[in-house]
Design a protein around this ligand. Structure first.
Ligand SMILES: Cc1ncc(COP(=O)(O)O)c(C=O)c1O
Length: 418
Protein backbone atom coordinates (compact mmCIF):
# COMPACT_ATOMS: atom_id res chain seq x y z
CA UNK A 1 0.00 0.00 0.00
CA UNK A 2 1.18 3.51 -0.72
CA UNK A 3 0.86 5.83 2.22
CA UNK A 4 -1.58 8.64 2.47
CA UNK A 5 0.20 11.98 2.61
CA UNK A 6 -2.12 13.07 5.40
CA UNK A 7 -0.64 12.68 8.82
CA UNK A 8 2.84 11.67 7.67
CA UNK A 9 5.81 13.93 8.01
CA UNK A 10 7.91 15.00 5.01
CA UNK A 11 10.88 12.81 6.06
CA UNK A 12 8.58 9.76 5.95
CA UNK A 13 6.92 10.78 2.70
CA UNK A 14 10.34 11.15 1.08
CA UNK A 15 10.99 7.47 1.69
CA UNK A 16 7.59 5.88 1.30
CA UNK A 17 5.18 7.97 -0.75
CA UNK A 18 4.13 7.62 -4.37
CA UNK A 19 4.98 3.99 -5.08
CA UNK A 20 3.12 0.76 -4.42
CA UNK A 21 5.27 -2.43 -4.65
CA UNK A 22 2.09 -4.24 -5.74
CA UNK A 23 2.44 -2.44 -9.09
CA UNK A 24 5.76 -4.13 -9.79
CA UNK A 25 5.97 -7.76 -8.64
CA UNK A 26 6.56 -6.71 -5.04
CA UNK A 27 9.78 -4.93 -5.86
CA UNK A 28 10.63 -2.75 -2.84
CA UNK A 29 11.97 -0.05 -5.13
CA UNK A 30 10.23 1.24 -8.23
CA UNK A 31 11.53 -0.22 -11.48
CA UNK A 32 12.95 2.04 -14.20
CA UNK A 33 10.62 1.91 -17.18
CA UNK A 34 12.99 2.46 -20.08
CA UNK A 35 10.42 2.92 -22.80
CA UNK A 36 9.49 5.80 -25.05
CA UNK A 37 5.92 4.68 -25.78
CA UNK A 38 3.04 2.67 -24.26
CA UNK A 39 0.69 0.06 -25.78
CA UNK A 40 -3.11 0.57 -25.68
CA UNK A 41 -5.43 -2.42 -25.21
CA UNK A 42 -7.83 -1.09 -27.90
CA UNK A 43 -8.32 1.79 -30.31
CA UNK A 44 -11.17 3.18 -28.19
CA UNK A 45 -8.94 3.07 -25.14
CA UNK A 46 -6.28 5.00 -27.05
CA UNK A 47 -8.83 7.70 -27.86
CA UNK A 48 -10.06 7.83 -24.25
CA UNK A 49 -6.51 8.19 -22.93
CA UNK A 50 -5.88 11.14 -25.26
CA UNK A 51 -9.19 12.73 -24.36
CA UNK A 52 -8.40 12.48 -20.65
CA UNK A 53 -4.91 13.94 -21.16
CA UNK A 54 -5.73 16.79 -23.51
CA UNK A 55 -9.31 17.74 -22.60
CA UNK A 56 -9.60 16.47 -19.03
CA UNK A 57 -12.86 14.73 -19.94
CA UNK A 58 -14.09 11.20 -20.73
CA UNK A 59 -14.16 7.84 -18.91
CA UNK A 60 -10.46 7.73 -18.00
CA UNK A 61 -10.19 11.05 -16.18
CA UNK A 62 -8.35 10.61 -12.90
CA UNK A 63 -6.83 7.27 -13.89
CA UNK A 64 -3.17 6.72 -14.69
CA UNK A 65 -2.53 5.85 -18.32
CA UNK A 66 0.55 6.60 -20.31
CA UNK A 67 0.81 7.67 -23.92
CA UNK A 68 4.40 8.55 -24.72
CA UNK A 69 7.21 9.28 -22.28
CA UNK A 70 7.48 12.96 -23.23
CA UNK A 71 3.90 13.39 -21.93
CA UNK A 72 4.54 11.40 -18.76
CA UNK A 73 5.87 8.02 -17.61
CA UNK A 74 5.71 5.83 -14.47
CA UNK A 75 8.98 7.20 -13.09
CA UNK A 76 7.60 10.74 -13.28
CA UNK A 77 4.44 9.61 -11.49
CA UNK A 78 6.49 8.37 -8.53
CA UNK A 79 8.78 11.39 -8.42
CA UNK A 80 6.05 13.98 -8.89
CA UNK A 81 3.80 12.42 -6.24
CA UNK A 82 6.73 12.35 -3.83
CA UNK A 83 7.81 15.92 -4.55
CA UNK A 84 4.29 17.22 -4.05
CA UNK A 85 3.79 15.24 -0.85
CA UNK A 86 7.08 16.45 0.64
CA UNK A 87 6.34 20.09 -0.23
CA UNK A 88 2.76 19.79 1.05
CA UNK A 89 1.38 20.67 -2.40
CA UNK A 90 -1.45 19.21 -4.49
CA UNK A 91 0.72 18.18 -7.44
CA UNK A 92 4.19 18.36 -8.94
CA UNK A 93 5.91 18.40 -12.32
CA UNK A 94 9.50 17.35 -12.97
CA UNK A 95 11.71 18.77 -15.71
CA UNK A 96 15.05 18.11 -17.38
CA UNK A 97 16.77 20.76 -15.22
CA UNK A 98 16.02 23.59 -12.82
CA UNK A 99 16.25 26.00 -15.74
CA UNK A 100 13.84 23.87 -17.77
CA UNK A 101 11.42 24.25 -14.84
CA UNK A 102 11.96 28.04 -14.68
CA UNK A 103 11.53 28.35 -18.46
CA UNK A 104 8.33 26.32 -18.37
CA UNK A 105 6.90 28.60 -15.67
CA UNK A 106 7.90 31.75 -17.56
CA UNK A 107 6.47 30.52 -20.87
CA UNK A 108 3.28 29.20 -19.29
CA UNK A 109 2.39 32.09 -17.03
CA UNK A 110 3.82 35.24 -18.66
CA UNK A 111 2.80 36.71 -22.02
CA UNK A 112 4.28 39.51 -24.17
CA UNK A 113 3.50 42.94 -22.75
CA UNK A 114 3.25 41.64 -19.17
CA UNK A 115 5.67 42.30 -16.31
CA UNK A 116 7.66 40.11 -13.96
CA UNK A 117 9.11 41.12 -10.59
CA UNK A 118 12.18 39.41 -9.12
CA UNK A 119 14.80 40.08 -6.48
CA UNK A 120 18.52 40.83 -6.68
CA UNK A 121 20.71 38.88 -6.49
CA UNK A 122 19.23 35.93 -8.31
CA UNK A 123 20.85 32.91 -9.97
CA UNK A 124 22.53 34.06 -13.22
CA UNK A 125 20.52 31.63 -15.36
CA UNK A 126 17.22 33.01 -14.03
CA UNK A 127 18.48 36.55 -14.56
CA UNK A 128 19.23 35.62 -18.18
CA UNK A 129 15.82 34.00 -18.61
CA UNK A 130 13.92 37.14 -17.66
CA UNK A 131 16.29 39.96 -18.58
CA UNK A 132 17.39 38.56 -21.96
CA UNK A 133 15.25 35.67 -23.24
CA UNK A 134 11.84 36.84 -22.00
CA UNK A 135 12.76 40.47 -22.70
CA UNK A 136 13.16 39.38 -26.33
CA UNK A 137 9.50 38.28 -26.24
CA UNK A 138 8.39 41.70 -24.97
CA UNK A 139 8.21 40.83 -21.26
CA UNK A 140 9.23 43.60 -18.82
CA UNK A 141 11.23 42.86 -15.70
CA UNK A 142 11.56 44.91 -12.53
CA UNK A 143 13.81 44.05 -9.62
CA UNK A 144 13.84 44.71 -5.89
CA UNK A 145 17.05 44.78 -3.84
CA UNK A 146 15.73 44.10 -0.37
CA UNK A 147 13.06 41.41 -0.37
CA UNK A 148 12.39 41.95 3.33
CA UNK A 149 11.50 45.65 3.00
CA UNK A 150 7.80 46.21 2.17
CA UNK A 151 8.39 49.76 0.87
CA UNK A 152 11.15 48.65 -1.52
CA UNK A 153 9.15 45.71 -2.82
CA UNK A 154 5.93 47.73 -3.27
CA UNK A 155 7.81 50.47 -5.16
CA UNK A 156 9.25 47.85 -7.51
CA UNK A 157 5.78 46.36 -8.01
CA UNK A 158 4.41 49.83 -8.89
CA UNK A 159 7.21 50.27 -11.45
CA UNK A 160 6.44 46.84 -12.92
CA UNK A 161 2.71 47.58 -13.19
CA UNK A 162 3.49 50.85 -14.96
CA UNK A 163 5.08 48.80 -17.78
CA UNK A 164 2.32 46.19 -18.12
CA UNK A 165 0.19 43.86 -15.96
CA UNK A 166 2.32 42.20 -13.28
CA UNK A 167 1.64 38.49 -13.74
CA UNK A 168 4.54 36.71 -12.03
CA UNK A 169 6.47 37.46 -8.83
CA UNK A 170 9.68 35.40 -8.61
CA UNK A 171 11.31 35.08 -5.21
CA UNK A 172 14.59 33.20 -4.90
CA UNK A 173 15.06 32.79 -1.19
CA UNK A 174 17.70 32.43 0.06
CA UNK A 175 19.22 33.99 -3.04
CA UNK A 176 22.21 32.66 -4.87
CA UNK A 177 24.99 33.44 -3.97
CA UNK A 178 24.62 35.74 -0.93
CA UNK A 179 21.78 33.90 0.85
CA UNK A 180 19.78 37.16 0.94
CA UNK A 181 16.22 36.43 2.08
CA UNK A 182 12.90 37.34 0.49
CA UNK A 183 9.88 37.60 2.80
CA UNK A 184 7.46 35.04 1.38
CA UNK A 185 4.48 36.31 3.43
CA UNK A 186 5.16 39.78 2.03
CA UNK A 187 5.19 38.40 -1.54
CA UNK A 188 1.85 36.66 -1.03
CA UNK A 189 0.32 39.83 0.47
CA UNK A 190 1.74 41.85 -2.43
CA UNK A 191 0.20 39.47 -4.97
CA UNK A 192 -3.19 39.96 -3.29
CA UNK A 193 -2.78 43.76 -3.33
CA UNK A 194 -1.69 43.82 -6.97
CA UNK A 195 -4.55 41.49 -7.87
CA UNK A 196 -7.05 43.86 -6.25
CA UNK A 197 -5.57 46.84 -8.13
CA UNK A 198 -5.16 45.38 -11.59
CA UNK A 199 -8.01 42.84 -11.56
CA UNK A 200 -5.72 39.86 -12.03
CA UNK A 201 -3.65 38.37 -9.25
CA UNK A 202 -0.02 37.61 -10.14
CA UNK A 203 1.32 34.18 -9.26
CA UNK A 204 4.08 33.93 -6.67
CA UNK A 205 6.83 31.48 -7.60
CA UNK A 206 9.50 30.71 -5.01
CA UNK A 207 12.83 29.17 -5.94
CA UNK A 208 13.56 27.00 -2.90
CA UNK A 209 16.77 25.48 -4.28
CA UNK A 210 19.18 26.80 -1.64
CA UNK A 211 17.32 25.44 1.39
CA UNK A 212 15.34 22.61 -0.13
CA UNK A 213 12.08 21.05 1.03
CA UNK A 214 13.03 20.42 4.65
CA UNK A 215 14.59 23.69 5.76
CA UNK A 216 11.97 25.94 4.13
CA UNK A 217 8.38 25.13 3.15
CA UNK A 218 7.09 27.84 0.80
CA UNK A 219 3.71 26.21 0.04
CA UNK A 220 2.81 26.56 3.74
CA UNK A 221 3.20 30.35 3.31
CA UNK A 222 0.56 30.38 0.58
CA UNK A 223 2.83 30.79 -2.45
CA UNK A 224 1.44 29.44 -5.72
CA UNK A 225 4.45 27.56 -7.05
CA UNK A 226 7.52 26.11 -5.35
CA UNK A 227 10.43 25.49 -7.71
CA UNK A 228 13.50 23.45 -6.82
CA UNK A 229 16.58 22.71 -8.89
CA UNK A 230 16.66 19.02 -7.99
CA UNK A 231 20.19 18.99 -9.40
CA UNK A 232 21.33 20.44 -6.07
CA UNK A 233 20.51 19.15 -2.59
CA UNK A 234 17.64 16.85 -3.58
CA UNK A 235 19.74 14.73 -5.95
CA UNK A 236 22.73 15.64 -3.84
CA UNK A 237 25.65 13.99 -5.62
CA UNK A 238 26.51 16.40 -8.47
CA UNK A 239 25.81 13.65 -10.99
CA UNK A 240 22.58 14.70 -12.74
CA UNK A 241 20.38 17.63 -13.75
CA UNK A 242 16.68 17.90 -12.85
CA UNK A 243 14.08 20.43 -11.75
CA UNK A 244 10.70 20.30 -10.04
CA UNK A 245 7.72 22.58 -9.48
CA UNK A 246 4.93 21.90 -7.00
CA UNK A 247 1.65 23.73 -6.47
CA UNK A 248 -2.06 23.57 -7.19
CA UNK A 249 -3.12 20.85 -9.64
CA UNK A 250 -4.71 23.38 -12.00
CA UNK A 251 -1.36 25.21 -12.40
CA UNK A 252 0.68 22.00 -12.60
CA UNK A 253 -1.60 20.75 -15.41
CA UNK A 254 -0.74 23.83 -17.45
CA UNK A 255 2.98 23.28 -16.84
CA UNK A 256 2.78 19.62 -17.86
CA UNK A 257 1.06 20.53 -21.12
CA UNK A 258 3.70 23.08 -22.00
CA UNK A 259 6.39 20.56 -21.02
CA UNK A 260 4.90 18.16 -23.55
CA UNK A 261 5.15 20.80 -26.27
CA UNK A 262 8.67 21.92 -25.42
CA UNK A 263 9.93 18.42 -24.68
CA UNK A 264 11.51 19.36 -21.34
CA UNK A 265 10.32 16.35 -19.29
CA UNK A 266 12.70 14.42 -17.02
CA UNK A 267 13.79 11.07 -18.48
CA UNK A 268 12.97 7.74 -16.71
CA UNK A 269 16.42 6.92 -15.37
CA UNK A 270 17.12 10.40 -14.02
CA UNK A 271 13.65 10.53 -12.46
CA UNK A 272 14.43 7.25 -10.71
CA UNK A 273 17.77 8.57 -9.45
CA UNK A 274 16.15 11.71 -8.04
CA UNK A 275 13.36 9.75 -6.32
CA UNK A 276 16.01 7.56 -4.73
CA UNK A 277 18.08 10.51 -3.56
CA UNK A 278 15.05 12.26 -2.08
CA UNK A 279 14.95 9.49 0.51
CA UNK A 280 18.13 10.76 2.14
CA UNK A 281 18.06 14.51 1.53
CA UNK A 282 16.92 15.34 5.07
CA UNK A 283 19.86 13.57 6.71
CA UNK A 284 22.38 14.77 4.14
CA UNK A 285 21.26 18.35 4.69
CA UNK A 286 21.55 18.03 8.46
CA UNK A 287 25.20 17.02 8.16
CA UNK A 288 25.98 19.59 5.46
CA UNK A 289 24.36 22.33 7.53
CA UNK A 290 26.23 21.48 10.72
CA UNK A 291 29.48 21.47 8.72
CA UNK A 292 28.55 24.81 7.16
CA UNK A 293 28.12 26.47 10.54
CA UNK A 294 31.62 25.44 11.62
CA UNK A 295 33.13 26.59 8.32
CA UNK A 296 31.25 29.91 8.46
CA UNK A 297 32.45 30.52 12.04
CA UNK A 298 36.03 29.88 10.97
CA UNK A 299 35.73 32.32 8.06
CA UNK A 300 34.02 35.01 10.15
CA UNK A 301 37.01 35.14 12.47
CA UNK A 302 39.65 35.16 9.72
CA UNK A 303 41.56 38.46 9.20
CA UNK A 304 41.56 38.11 5.39
CA UNK A 305 37.79 37.79 5.25
CA UNK A 306 35.78 41.03 5.11
CA UNK A 307 32.40 39.41 5.78
CA UNK A 308 30.36 36.23 5.69
CA UNK A 309 26.77 36.26 4.45
CA UNK A 310 25.54 33.16 6.29
CA UNK A 311 21.95 32.95 7.48
CA UNK A 312 23.01 31.68 10.89
CA UNK A 313 24.71 35.07 11.55
CA UNK A 314 21.73 37.35 10.88
CA UNK A 315 21.70 39.91 13.73
CA UNK A 316 18.91 39.72 16.31
CA UNK A 317 16.38 42.47 15.73
CA UNK A 318 17.13 42.93 12.01
CA UNK A 319 14.24 42.65 9.52
CA UNK A 320 16.00 39.76 7.76
CA UNK A 321 16.33 37.90 11.06
CA UNK A 322 12.60 38.27 11.69
CA UNK A 323 11.92 36.80 8.24
CA UNK A 324 14.41 34.01 8.88
CA UNK A 325 12.77 33.11 12.19
CA UNK A 326 9.35 33.01 10.55
CA UNK A 327 10.19 31.15 7.38
CA UNK A 328 13.38 29.10 7.67
CA UNK A 329 13.95 26.04 9.81
CA UNK A 330 17.74 26.04 9.33
CA UNK A 331 20.51 28.09 7.75
CA UNK A 332 21.44 25.83 4.82
CA UNK A 333 24.96 25.02 3.68
CA UNK A 334 25.44 27.43 0.76
CA UNK A 335 26.63 30.94 1.54
CA UNK A 336 29.15 33.56 0.49
CA UNK A 337 32.16 35.12 2.04
CA UNK A 338 33.86 38.26 0.89
CA UNK A 339 37.63 38.58 0.79
CA UNK A 340 39.47 41.81 1.46
CA UNK A 341 40.65 42.67 -2.04
CA UNK A 342 39.26 41.63 -5.41
CA UNK A 343 39.69 39.18 -8.25
CA UNK A 344 43.46 38.73 -7.85
CA UNK A 345 43.15 37.77 -4.17
CA UNK A 346 40.18 35.50 -4.92
CA UNK A 347 42.03 33.70 -7.70
CA UNK A 348 45.14 33.19 -5.53
CA UNK A 349 42.99 31.61 -2.88
CA UNK A 350 41.09 29.38 -5.29
CA UNK A 351 44.29 28.16 -6.92
CA UNK A 352 45.60 27.15 -3.49
CA UNK A 353 42.54 25.04 -2.57
CA UNK A 354 43.37 21.33 -2.43
CA UNK A 355 40.38 19.41 -1.02
CA UNK A 356 37.35 21.43 -2.06
CA UNK A 357 36.45 21.45 -5.73
CA UNK A 358 36.68 24.67 -7.73
CA UNK A 359 33.37 24.29 -9.55
CA UNK A 360 29.97 25.91 -9.95
CA UNK A 361 26.81 24.26 -8.62
CA UNK A 362 25.87 23.47 -5.06
CA UNK A 363 24.19 20.93 -2.85
CA UNK A 364 26.44 17.98 -3.69
CA UNK A 365 28.09 15.63 -1.22
CA UNK A 366 31.42 17.34 -1.94
CA UNK A 367 32.23 20.93 -1.01
CA UNK A 368 32.30 23.30 -3.99
CA UNK A 369 33.77 26.78 -4.11
CA UNK A 370 33.71 29.42 -6.84
CA UNK A 371 34.24 33.13 -7.52
CA UNK A 372 30.72 34.37 -8.26
CA UNK A 373 31.48 37.42 -10.44
CA UNK A 374 33.53 35.40 -12.95
CA UNK A 375 31.47 32.19 -12.95
CA UNK A 376 27.81 31.77 -11.87
CA UNK A 377 27.06 35.49 -12.23
CA UNK A 378 29.46 36.19 -15.12
CA UNK A 379 26.67 37.12 -17.50
CA UNK A 380 24.89 39.43 -15.02
CA UNK A 381 25.57 43.14 -15.68
CA UNK A 382 28.29 44.38 -13.24
CA UNK A 383 26.06 47.11 -11.75
CA UNK A 384 23.30 44.52 -11.16
CA UNK A 385 25.83 42.22 -9.52
CA UNK A 386 27.01 44.95 -7.17
CA UNK A 387 23.45 45.98 -6.34
CA UNK A 388 22.88 42.37 -5.33
CA UNK A 389 25.92 42.40 -3.01
CA UNK A 390 28.31 40.47 -5.27
CA UNK A 391 31.72 42.13 -5.22
CA UNK A 392 35.00 41.17 -6.91
CA UNK A 393 35.96 39.45 -3.65
CA UNK A 394 32.78 37.39 -3.26
CA UNK A 395 33.27 33.62 -3.09
CA UNK A 396 30.42 31.14 -2.92
CA UNK A 397 30.77 27.99 -0.86
CA UNK A 398 28.49 24.97 -0.95
CA UNK A 399 29.55 22.96 2.06
CA UNK A 400 29.26 19.20 1.68
CA UNK A 401 29.60 16.08 3.80
CA UNK A 402 33.36 15.85 4.41
CA UNK A 403 34.78 16.07 7.93
CA UNK A 404 34.48 19.77 8.87
CA UNK A 405 38.03 20.01 10.18
CA UNK A 406 39.44 18.90 6.82
CA UNK A 407 37.43 21.65 5.14
CA UNK A 408 38.63 24.27 7.61
CA UNK A 409 42.25 23.14 7.18
CA UNK A 410 41.88 23.46 3.41
CA UNK A 411 40.48 26.99 3.69
CA UNK A 412 43.13 28.01 6.24
CA UNK A 413 45.91 26.87 3.92
CA UNK A 414 44.37 28.55 0.90
CA UNK A 415 43.83 31.84 2.73
CA UNK A 416 47.56 31.97 3.44
CA UNK A 417 48.08 32.36 -0.32
CA UNK A 418 45.96 35.54 -0.45
C1 LIG B 1 18.81 29.05 -7.17
C2 LIG B 1 18.92 28.29 -8.45
N1 LIG B 1 17.83 28.09 -9.19
C3 LIG B 1 17.87 27.41 -10.36
C4 LIG B 1 19.07 26.90 -10.83
C5 LIG B 1 19.08 26.16 -12.13
O1 LIG B 1 19.11 24.80 -11.90
P1 LIG B 1 19.72 23.74 -12.97
O2 LIG B 1 21.20 23.95 -12.97
O3 LIG B 1 19.25 22.43 -12.45
O4 LIG B 1 19.14 24.08 -14.29
C6 LIG B 1 20.24 27.08 -10.09
C7 LIG B 1 21.53 26.55 -10.57
O5 LIG B 1 22.57 26.80 -10.02
C8 LIG B 1 20.16 27.79 -8.87
O6 LIG B 1 21.24 28.00 -8.11
Amino acid sequence: MTHDAKGLRPETLAVAFGYDPGQALGSVKPPVYLTSTFVYPSAQHAKDVHEAYFDGTGPLVGETHHIYSRLGHPGLDVLEARLAAIDGAEAGAAFASGMAAHSAAALTFVKPGESVLHGRPIYGGVDGLYNRAMAGFGVHTETYDDGCDPAVVRAAADAAMARGPLTLIVAESPANPTAALVDLDLMVALADEVGARQGRRPLVLVDNTLLGPFAQRPIEHGVDLCLTSLTKYCAGHSDLLAGGITGRLELIHQLRHLRTTWGSHLDPFTAWLVARSLESVAVRMERAMSNARLVAEFLRDHPKVAGVTYLGFLPEGSPARAVYDRQCRAAGSTFSFHLHGGEAEAFRMLDAIRLMKLAVSLGGSETLICHSATTTHYAVAPEQRLAGGITEGTMRLSVGLEHPQDLIDDLARALEAV
